[in-house]
Design a protein around this ligand. Structure first.
Ligand code: NAD
Length: 498
């Protein structure tokens, strides 16, 4: 039992909030104030084991396995209704937890029910198919639940990212153990109350909070887990994939990015400037989709960049709960220091720092974790600030002249998550979109996302899809069944059957 006067969150196992096996709790810090505002259980391997056992038991329980697909769909819709009723609370909670703007979290969580409704619609629509084999066989395919899904999520949009995994998994009849980021646990735990009120049977969704070292690793290694659905950093994804390989457990990896945002000479420069701002300064650049490498055609270089700088000069940095704020704090102190380190590295590498580049700590912002929007020019492809994910409001700007040159530079990256293309030429738009190594390409828009559309990266940005039918099918295993319909004597046993 925690002894603090702060609000305290326990872990959620088998339909109840329970204390962790070891009596340990972590402070959760509000990044706008630098102060602890709740405590959350710092669980360990014993708690993970309990949660996975609960999820395994629920998987075959009549209360869950006995539900018809239509009933599962109705249940997910009830969750959607519960989330709609609590959208404002969830938005406030996440803003206090990770510093995302309240206007952004209101938009994110106003739309949260859509995720649940979308996957609810799939609950009774995924069937099998019959394969046209020759001979006397009936050969058919079954889509079955995979089993217990470990959903491991980061801090930058925790309730949203967890919802994609949980709703898709439940739609297909799986059960889930969620591991939130230790930076932002409260929202996902609050969501469990809504699932419970909606009637999700006990053990179907469990949440174990704590660090990656204590909880994440134990969950990945647990023999009762059948699929690991991970969103987070690329190096963590690599460690998880290696561990999972020891047990041959499938992994879905939604990892980091260093995404190119390309502006051609025929682009609408005002829209492109807004797309650049949305790509790198919205959410303080703390988005996997951050358009952190901007490629500007020489003919529009000054015009576009002047528009970006003009808009950013009047930017309102401050309290993320204030309606007029445009950039809030970054999520936690160590992360702020990492971003500031990268700004120093960029200067040491010889890039020109032409905008921002500092911590902002005047007046009310003194104890919060604020970084000024930052622009580097005269950047080369070799610099670390062009190659590594910073996950903050730091933009590298590069000039180009030809399509061939910009496609080569854009693809010269370990990552392949998303890309932006700004042009009025429809032929060029499609031509470039087809050549880019990115799981999602946006043409004349940026940061457009929907649960209806599959999302997932190439190369070091991961593999597997979330969203759309493809994301739903990731939550199933495919079984092939052969049935011999013939009454005739068995064929030659030494010859392969067909
Ligand atoms: P992170 O990799 O540090 O942590 C992610 C989660 O993994 C946390 O819950 C953490 O506790 C857990 N974890 C850490 N080590 C672990 C281990 N060894 N085994 C199991 N779990 C472990 O990432 P972060 O800093 O929380 O989030 C930022 C990263 O997430 C960025 O790289 C960003 O690009 C990425 N991200 C990707 C997407 C996407 O859809 N591709 C979306 C959002 C964020």
């Amino acid at each position: 039992m925690s002894t603090t006067t702060l609000p305290t969150y326990d872990i959620f196992i088998d339909g109840e909030f329970v204390s962790p096996a070891e009596d340990r709790y972590l402070d959760s810090i509000n990044p706008a104030t630098g102060k602890a505002w709740y405590q959350v259980a710092s669980a360990g391997a014993a708690d993970v084991d309990r949660a996975v056992r609960a999820a395994r038991a629920a998987l075959v329980s009549p209360a869950w396995a006995g539900l018809t697909p239509s009933a599962r769909g109705r249940l997910l819709r009830r969750v959607a209704d519960g989330l709609a009723a609590r959208a404002e609370d969830l938005a406030m909670l996440e803003t206090n937890d990770n510093g995302k703007l309240i206007r952004d979290t209101r938009a994110l969580y106003g739309n949260l029910p859509i995720i649940w409704e979308y996957f609810a619609g799939w609950a009774d629509k995924v069937g099998g198919e019959v394969v046209p084999t020759v001979g006397t066989n009936l050969t058919y395919l079954r889509r079955e639940p995979i089993g217990v899904v470990a959903a491991i999520v980061p801090w930058n949009a925790p309730i949203n990212l967890a919802s994609h995994k949980i709703a898709a998994a439940l739609a297909m009849g799986n059960t889930v153990v969620v591991k939130p980021s230790e930076i932002t646990s409260a929202g996902i735990l609050e969501m469990m109350k809504i699932l419970d009120e909606a009637g999700v049977p006990r053990g179907v969704v469990n949440v174990v909070t704590g660090t990656g070292a204590d909880v994440g690793q134990a969950l990945v290694a647990h023999p009762g887990v059948d699929l690991i659905a991970f969103t987070g950093g690329t190096s963590t994804g690599t460690a998880i994939a290696k561990k999972a390989a020891e047990r041959h457990v499938p992994v879905l990896l939604e990892l980091g990015g260093k995404s190119p945002n390309i502006v051609f000479d025929d682009a609408n420069t005002s829209n492109a400037a807004n797309g650049i701002i949305s790509g790198i300064f919205a959410a303080g650049g703390q988005a996997c989709t951050a358009g952190s490498r901007v490629y500007l055609h020489n003919a529009v270089y000054d015009e576009v960049l002047d528009k970006v700088k003009e808009r950013m000069s009047g930017i309102r940095l401050g309290d993320p709960l204030a309606a007029e704020t445009e950039i809030g704090p970054v999520a936690y102190e160590a992360h702020m220091n990492r971003i500031l380190d990268y700004i120093r590295i960029g200067q040491e590498e010889g890039a020109d720092l032409t905008f921002g580049g500092n911590r902002v700590s005047e007046g009310d912002l003194a104890s919060g974790f604020y970084v000024a929007p930052t622009i580097f020019e005269n950047v080369t492809s070799e610099m670390r600030i062009t190659r590594e994910e910073i996950f903050g409001p730091v933009l590298s700007v590069i000039r180009f002249d030809t399509e061939e040159e910009v496609v080569r530079q854009a693809n010269d990256s370990a990552f392949g998550l998303v890309a932006g293309v700004w042009t009025q030429n429809v032929n060029r738009a499609h031509r470039i979109a087809h050549q880019l190594d990115a799981g999602t390409v946006w043409v004349n828009t940026y940061r457009a996302l929907s649960p209806l559309a599959p999302f997932g990266g190439f190369k070091s940005s991961g593999h597997g899809k979330e969203g759309g039918e493809y994301g739903v099918l990731e939550m199933t295993r495919l079984k092939t069944v052969w049935v011999n319909l013939s009454e005739a004597p068995t064929a030659d046993p030494f010859v392969i059957q067909k």
